[in-house]
Design a protein around this ligand. Structure first.
Ligand SMILES: [Zn+2]
Length: 247
């Protein structure tokens, strides 16, 4: 490690964790993470990943910041209206931690673009708002055996799980059928805040090797009753994405 103690002071409190240390910090520095969508989930997850010193972050989104985003997409501010979300976010993340390399990719994730967009990436954090795009990401992650941390929100509810291809179920195992999705869903800002934090926690655990990830477990957050639940989820042997035929 060729960095001075002073440079590592930023990470002092996290390196105190058992099993983390300078080695864990070095793993984070070498990590390459894609944040797929810089909305409510991606805002919060990317802030914590940058703060923790993840060495490379690729932000992928194709939207511009709109007024109706600002109740929950806290990385974007009133001064960012009409600016591409990836640019708005990159600017904040670099200010938060100049040691992190941030790439702002202003592109839509499609079947044609996903392979290029996730090139050289070691972990993907979900910040999408449609199941269709999530399934495209899921397939690519399974194909390349990249961990994929899924989260979704609705109102005061949130869902998340950690997908490590072939070590547990993939997103298609959990949601075998396409379901119709409304264009706009109700949501209060703290819901993607909570879920984005859970995603960042899982990412830091996987990258450093500490803790037990939410593999095969769907974590359900119920903000209305202020409760967390856990639903066991299983790998589907006949899954068209990660089932036996594909191995
Ligand atoms: Zn599957």
């Amino acid at each position: 490690m060729d960095r001075s103690d002073n440079a590592l002071l930023r990470y002092d409190r996290q390196m105190m964790l058992r099993g983390f240390g300078q080695e864990g910090q070095e793993r984070l520095r070498q990590a390459r993470v894609a944040v797929a969508g810089i909305g409510g989930l991606g805002s919060v997850a990317s802030l914590y990943l940058a703060a923790a010193g993840v060495g490379y972050l690729r932000l992928i989104d194709y939207d511009v910041v709109e007024l109706s985003n600002l109740n929950r997409q806290v990385i974007h501010w009133s001064t960012d209206l009409e600016r591409p979300k990836v640019e708005s976010a990159a600017m904040k993340l670099i200010q938060l931690n100049p040691e992190v390399k941030v790439d702002a990719v202003n592109e839509m994730i499609t079947r044609d673009s996903v392979t290029k967009l996730l090139e050289d990436i070691g972990l993907v954090v979900d910040g999408q708002d449609t199941m269709q795009t999530r399934m495209i990401i899921n397939e690519e992650c399974v194909r390349r055996r990249i961990p994929y941390i899924y989260a979704a929100v609705y109102g005061l509810e949130g869902y998340m799980t950690t997908i490590v291809p072939h070590a547990g179920p993939c997103l298609r195992c959990i949601y075998p059928a396409e379901c119709p999705q409304p264009e706009k869903v109700p949501v209060v800002g703290p819901t993607p805040g909570v879920m984005g934090c859970l995603e960042a926690t899982e990412a830091l655990k996987l990258l450093t090797g500490i803790g037990r990830p939410a593999l095969g477990r769907l974590i359900v957050y119920d903000g209305e009753r202020m409760a967390f639940q856990e639903v066991a989820i299983k790998k589907d042997a006949h899954c068209p994405v990660c089932g036996r035929r594909k191995r």
